[in-house]
Design a protein around this ligand. Structure first.
Ligand SMILES: O=C(O)CCC(=O)C(=O)O
Length: 265
């Protein structure tokens, strides 16, 4: 799999899982990521070959697409609400679910992950579309060359962690499916991966089709996490959530994220 910090994240999730007094609910993945009700269905996604061919490029361009939403707390946190069109999102999700790239199911967190390292194997064409569109947002010396794909049910999250020193300190997260609230919490020391976090410093709602880019202090000095939830919604309140209105309800359901980085070789 990928870098050492990813292993640390798995370990942290295992520790947290062992602390839980109740077993995780038996969750199933969802057939149609475009149907909200599907979030409660107990059925596995059926791999479906995409109905249309891949385009030559995504519509997104940092110069012609709408600029990142302002105001954000820092220029090192940028939210692009429309990185993918609904048609592009559906095509990318279908291609992902129909691909034969191996998934790794996390033993305790239960979600499925895929790792793609272009320094080992070229990206498949549908991921090339994403990295090509993102390339202008990365320094030319550190182009995107690594993608981690996380698949979540409505109740799953990801423990507080940093992405670690094996990558250029910039992460791009693209979301398809349900929304999620990404919380940035203080990082106390380099060994804090997986520790219970204190109050979030900042939050960002990750909606379908969006791109969140964070770097520098958001990468180096803060942990990020998506809290594990029951079926209830998350309420995003207060000034710390820069891209939601106060009190906005964030609907959690089936979600896939693509986290794109430059991995040092
Ligand atoms: O699902 C997300 O948006 C976050 C994923 C993440 O934090 C990671 O891959 O390190």
């Amino acid at each position: 799999m990928s870098a050492i910090d990813f292993r640390a994240l798995l370990k942290a999730e295992r520790v947290a899982s062992n602390k839980q007094s109740v077993s995780e609910p038996t969750e199933a993945r969802i057939i149609q990521a475009t149907a909200t009700q599907a979030a409660t269905q107990a059925s596995l996604p059926l791999p479906q070959p995409p109905s249309t061919p891949l385009p030559n490029s995504l519509l997104f361009s940092p110069t012609t697409s709408p600029p990142p939403l302002k105001p954000s707390p820092s220029s090192n946190l940028s939210y692009y609400p429309s990185f993918l069109t609904p048609a592009e999102s559906a095509l990318i999700l279908d291609t992902l679910l129909a691909s034969n790239h191996p998934w790794h199911t996390l033993t305790h967190a239960k979600r499925r992950v895929q790792s793609h390292d272009a320094s080992l194997t070229p990206f498949p064409p549908y991921l090339d579309l994403i990295t090509t569109a993102l390339r202008p947002l990365f320094p030319p010396t550190h182009p995107p060359n690594h993608i981690l794909i996380n698949e979540y049910t409505a109740t799953q999250g990801i423990m507080a962690h940093t992405d670690g020193p094996f990558y250029h300190p910039q992460t791009c997260t693209i979301s398809i499916g349900g929304a999620a609230l990404l919380r940035f919490t203080p990082r106390l020391a380099s060994t804090d991966i997986g520790m219970h976090s204190s109050e979030p410093l900042h939050e960002a709602v990750l909606r379908t089709g969006s791109l969140l880019l964070f770097k520098e202090e958001f990468y180096m000095e803060m942990l990020h996490e998506i809290v594990e939830k029951g079926e209830e919604d998350t309420v995003c309140a207060g000034e710390r959530c820069f891209n939601a209105v106060e009190g906005e309800v964030v609907e959690r359901w089936y979600r896939v994220s693509f986290t794109v980085r430059h991995k040092f070789n």
